[in-house]
Design a protein around this ligand. Structure first.
Ligand code: PLP
Length: 426
């Protein structure tokens, strides 16, 4: 960088500091809206950036951070996308709510997989499950509406609520209860302003799966109190233990009128990069959310929609194969983590995350350093063992950390082995 360029940078930052802090008359000319400046920066960023820097220096960092399958998208799905590229219809805008064939396939798949009967007109195809969550919040919430979110929660939920001027009301769960929220806890958090519950099972980040009777109990509670449920079923196929996946509007059919189901091809078919998800809900809600989408992003990429159609209607063996690999890795990581002194890990029953409590390692010297938070602990793991994990702060669970087990068996063994050696050697 030459002197002139760096000089220009200094003066730009001086101007910015002047606007935001020292010059009261200009401080009123706000640069970033209150709405967007209220979005919290992910607590994972610091650790991810550091892991990337260490890798760039040639270090062999084992990453337990990624929230996505490590498999390639199955070949028949990629082939469908390749064919779609040559279809001139797909070079143009298509229906905002999704390709008609895909909406029908999603309705059929929902009946097949969860048992929920819906019409294609109740399906809105979105850019991943994330956009479905954002649009559901925008469509259903008014300023000040409270949304109950059990913690540990997936990072996007509170932010999507805040972006709709809603108020997240966090209900804490812990490793002792298997990270399952009870109706009593939800009821204690309910106020006259409660508008919605965000529910996810299997859960990111905990891997917990609610038994069908608990899903039904929560559904009946929501129905009784006129509370909307946004139920996130993105990990529906990734269940391994004795507890099966169950869909809330199937357990409590009367709830369908006040329920939005969110799902996507992202996790089930190793398609996180393709960006295809959907929301299913009552016709008026789906119509309103579709109107919003027509001004926000329009139709989802047609090639990706064609790939999603192939995923949902094609052979399903690939799903079983990936689930088998995750199940093996789940048992491996749970066994290894449980053997580390100071770590307490509930056996994950779904998704591809282990979420141990690390409270036994806080306040204890590790390689001459002492962590008082899981964020600091994650830094020590990275610096001293070259292992990257996501600290629990990101999920509203400060003494825990998330370990993805969507990575090779050898890497899992090596990574947890390094942590065990760090703890034992300290
Ligand atoms: N819901 C949960 C619980 C997730 O973990 C994720 C992704 O990590 C999503 C939704 C969003 O998935 P997508 O990639 O389809 O936007």
């Amino acid at each position: 960088m030459d002197g002139a360029t760096s000089g220009a940078r200094v003066s730009l930052s001086t101007v910015m500091a002047d606007v935001s802090e020292s010059n009261p008359s200009r401080a009123t000319s706000r640069r970033i809206s209150e709405r967007v400046s209220a979005i919290e920066e992910s607590a994972t960023l610091a650790v991810s950036a550091k892991a990337a820097a260490l890798r760039a220096q040639g270090e062999h960092v084992i990453g337990f951070g990624a929230g996505e399958p490590d498999f390639a998208t199955p070949a028949h799905i990629v082939a469908a996308a390749e064919a779609a590229c040559g279809n001139p219809t797909f070079h143009r805008y298509t229906a905002n709510a999704g390709l008609p064939d895909l909406r029908q396939a999603i309705a059929d798949k929902t009946r097949r997989d969860s048992g929920l009967g819906v019409e294609a007109s109740q399906v809105l195809v979105t850019n991943g499950g994330k956009q479905a969550i954002y649009q559901a919040c925008q469509t259903l919430l008014d300023p000040g509406d409270e949304v109950i979110i059990p913690a540990p929660y997936w990072v996007t939920y509170p932010e999507a609520v805040k972006l709709a001027d809603g108020v997240p009301v966090v209900v804490d769960t812990d490793v002792d209860s298997g990270f399952l929220a009870s109706v009593e806890q939800l009821e204690a958090a309910r106020t006259p302003r409660t508008r919605m519950l965000i529910f996810v099972s299997p859960s990111n980040p905990t891997g917990a799966v609610y038994p069908p009777e608990a899903v039904a109990e929560i559904g009946r509670w929501a129905l009784e109190h006129g509370i909307w449920v946004l139920t996130d079923e993105i990990y529906e196929h990734l269940v391994y233990g004795a507890v099966p996946f169950s869909s809330m509007p199937v357990e409590v059919p009367e709830l369908a009128e006040q329920c939005v189901v969110v799902n996507a091809v992202s996790k089930t078919y190793a398609m996180t990069g393709w960006r295809v998800g959907w929301m299913i809900g009552p016709p008026d809600v789906v119509k309103a959310a579709s109107n919003l989408q027509s001004h926000l992003s329009s139709n989802v990429d047609n090639v990706a929609q064609a790939a999603a159609l192939a995923a949902l209607t094609g052979p399903q063996e690939c799903v079983a194969e990936m689930r088998e690999a995750f199940d093996r890795r789940r048992r491996l990581i749970h066994g290894l983590l449980s053997a580390v002194d100071g770590v307490r890990c509930a056996e994950p029953e779904g998704a591809f995350y282990a979420f141990p409590s690390l409270s036994g390692l806080l306040g204890r010297p590790l390689a001459g350093r002492t962590a008082s938070t899981s964020l600091e602990l994650a830094e020590i793991f990275l610096d001293e063992a070259k292992v990257a994990v996501v600290p629990g702060e990101a999920f509203g669970a400060p003494a825990c950390a998330r370990f993805t087990y969507a990575l090779g068996d050898d890497d899992i063994t090596e990574g947890i082995g390094r942590i065990a050696a760090l703890v034992e050697g300290s």
